[in-house]
Design a protein around this ligand. Structure first.
Ligand SMILES: [Zn+2]
Length: 202
């Protein structure tokens, strides 16, 4: 709802003096600020997602969510500096279906935490590929249970073989990415963030 301004949003606007100071120190720029992870809570304070600050700010400005915690940094627009939220909360309760997330390369890498499931090397997304545990040529399907993050050397070594044939062992059984998995990842991400911790560890 446009035009619906709550106190948290007022708090985000009109702090240009402090904002200019933040720019002057040059420690944190807008690009970084826009990509900072933000914890999303349901109206019930139940953690449901992680999004980029850019999306969180849009949700706050649209009146869909309010900032619960700020990360201490500012985002600079033409004339205003906005406090970047660290935790936001939806104003209306949203029922979260217990269905799994969409099957995509991005979500598989997220589930596997950008870690090759054979050698456990954590790599940048661009250095990982998706491996069919049972190769496609052997009837393996493209499903959550048959796709894992894999580095290129392991992928070449495995080739058209099953893990047993290749003498390679999966770090863990691949499972669908559901809310339970998401919570686990949110806890890992929030372990070092005091502002997230109080919503994630209970
Ligand atoms: Zn590997």
């Amino acid at each position: 709802m446009a035009g619906k301004i709550d106190n948290s949003m007022r708090g985000m606007i009109g702090r240009s003096a402090a904002g200019v100071l933040a720019v002057a120190t040059g420690t944190y720029n807008n690009t970084q600020a826009l990509h900072a992870p933000v914890l999303v809570l349901n109206a019930s304070y139940e953690p449901i997602n992680v999004c980029a600050a850019r999306r969180a700010i849009v949700l706050v400005l649209k009146g869909v969510a309010m900032a619960e915690e700020e990360n201490g940094h500012f985002l600079h627009a033409a004339r205003v500096a906005m406090r970047v939220p660290s935790v936001i909360r939806l104003l209306e309760y949203r029922r979260i279906p217990h269905q799994t997330r969409a099957l995509s390369r991005k979500n598989i890498l997220l589930r596997d935490r950008n870690t090759c499931q054979y050698c456990m090397l954590a790599l940048a997304s661009g250095e990982l590929t998706l491996d069919h545990v049972i190769p496609r040529s052997r009837g393996g399907s493209s499903t959550w249970e048959n796709l894992v993050a894999c580095c290129h050397p392991c992928n070449r070594r495995k080739g058209n073989q099953t893990p047993i044939e290749a003498g390679m062992k999966l770090a863990r059984e691949p499972r669908a990415f559901n809310l339970h998995t998401s919570r686990h990842i949110m806890r890992l991400m929030g372990r070092s963030d005091d502002k997230w911790r109080k919503y994630l560890f209970y």
